[in-house]
Design a protein. Structure first.
Length: 161
């Protein structure tokens, strides 16, 4: 089970999650679980204009969605670092083809596994992905309890600009 990509050429931002939750894959909406803070933060940041609608986010706002690992799981802890590395190669190829203006990776741990950079932090990265600038923000999952909607909104405002 997986979640489809919502992508098109020339996106303003490609949002890249760690991997879809089983819930998100079932309903077909990235970050679809009601407790997930992505959509409230993205709306507050002005990144998207409609709640929990990846098709309209892509069409109206130029915001696409993919995941480092396409396999749906209960939690990202079920994934191996090698899966993140393989996923980054796929996202690199996707970015080379579609040329988003920026890629926003949700989750510093997944970024660290994917790149092998154990010291990577939040914010803009020195490494580009398929030619696009890469930004790492905290994971918006409800399991990441110390990250508030306000903090995520700040990160997404930077990406949106």
């Amino acid at each position: 089970m997986t979640l489809p990509d919502f992508v098109a050429p020339g996106m303003r931002v490609l949002v890249c999650g760690l991997n879809p939750s089983i819930y998100a894959a079932r309903i077909g909406i990235p970050y679809g679980r009601p407790g997930n803070r992505f959509w409230p933060a993205a709306l507050a940041a002005g990144l998207v204009t409609v709640d929990r609608d990846p098709v309209l986010a892509l069409q109206r706002d130029g915001v696409g969605f993919t995941d480092l690992v396409k396999r749906a799981t209960v939690g990202a802890g079920e994934l191996a670092p090698a899966e993140f590395r393989a996923g980054l190669a796929r996202v690199e190829s996707l970015c080379e083809q579609l040329r988003p203006r920026a890629v926003a990776f949700c989750g510093v741990t997944g970024w660290r596994h994917a790149t092998g950079d154990r010291r990577a932090g939040l914010g803009w990265q020195d490494r580009r992905v398929g030619g696009a600038p890469a930004y790492v923000l905290p994971n918006p999952s409800g399991r990441n309890a110390h990250t508030t909607v306000a903090k995520l909104t700040e990160h997404l405002r930077v990406v949106a600009s």
